[in-house]
Design a protein around this ligand. Sequence first.
Ligand code: PLP
Length: 472
Amino acid sequence: MVNPPAAARRALPSVDRLLQQPQVAALIEQYGRPLVVETIRSIIDAQRAAMAQNIAAVDETALITRCAEYLAAATRPSIRPVFNLTGTVLHTNLGRALIGKIAAEAAMQAMTCAVNLEFDIDGGARGERDSHVEDWLRRLTGAEAAVVVNNNAAAVYLVLNTFAQKKEVIVSRGELVEIGGAFRIPDIMTRSGCKLREIGTTNRTHAKDFVEAIGDRTAALMKVHTSNYAIQGFTSAVPESEVATIAHEHQLPFWVDLGSGTLVELERWGLPHEPTPRDAIGNGADLVTFSGDKLLGGPQCGLIVGRKDLIAKIRKNPMKRALRIDKMRMAALEATLRLYADPDKLVKEVPTLRLLTRPQKDIAAQAARLLPALAAAVGDSADAAVIDCASQIGSGALPVDALPSAGIAITPRGKNRNSAAKRLSNAFRKLPWPVIGRVKDGAFIIDLRCLDDEARFVAQLAQLHAVQGTRD
Ligand SMILES: *Cc1c(COP(=O)(O)O)cnc(C)c1O
């Protein structure tokens, strides 16, 4: 190979010259001048470097096309909607609960209008941010008062930081939970300046373990809902009411971290029981913490409900300010809580509950409906079949119980099925509205429980072939 003649290198157009081309004027109109200038510069630089490596010169039109492609890719929104067909309804990496239309509209209004976030309209004076939801939370949990913060991790932190700095909190070893994304109860305890006093063993903790651990430095007794695992076999845990009695005999607060915390009895829809904040308060808890975007089906936030004097102390902690939620989420939370006034409407209006309670036969019927389109989309390379599968609630709720569901398994033909299934999974993720499923036993599996927009799903299948890539 010979070096490209100096003349060819010189033949690269200048940035100014490209900027004067009509197609580039259109790009400037769309993306703004600074971004286009920056892109043209880097594309010319890259082309100059490529030519020094004896890679053929390209003409001006090709450079401009490259520039347009780059700009389109660089300005595509980073947060994009996807189809969550993983079978996990509250998928933390996919954004957990979907809020309903009513809550979304409330959030939109709070975003685009001035609102009485901390303003008492009747009195014309400063108001309290949490006041918008406190009455609802009192009504729905039986607690005396409530505080709302950024998420449940923040709620846990704030409780510890308010009551247990330089003191001890007593927790059973069987409840030292790690939740996905490296949130560990023991770590957050350390960070909030509190000492964790572990008692009992992994599988068994008794009332006397709590009693014996109580000392001068004890700040609280805590129970954590072991939401993402179950300890089975030779086990023993101390019931909430008993821990509450022990705590109160020693003038200590008893706190329950529920994690998910549904505000309704899930049994009414044939789902397994999940403990409610009302249960915990009824059992004598002085404080209960739970998430807004797990089973509650609202925006991301953390709720602390409980005794009025304790909530007042939490509110006075300067860290509350650092952990508070914004007006959008407050509006969405209030709208979501209002829906709980009428449990009969919940399934219709709260997407999380609608998805969790979808009857298996509806999902199976949807799978049968979609099968021909999927079979056609994958062509001769794979077999598609309707399957029974099991969805999970996710985000730690009800770890052992699975919800009967239905989906479609796409099994590549030929050998090396596992890597072919992974490529298929890749291709589905590359669709304009990425489809997120899972690969299991040499098949790509989609659970249809959370598929709402069937028409959109089918419409983009025609593009699957184009993004499918090479085969074995
Ligand atoms: C999920 C969970 C948390 C953390 O809640 P986030 O809202 O994700 O911050 C804390 N404790 C328990 C028991 C949980 O299940």
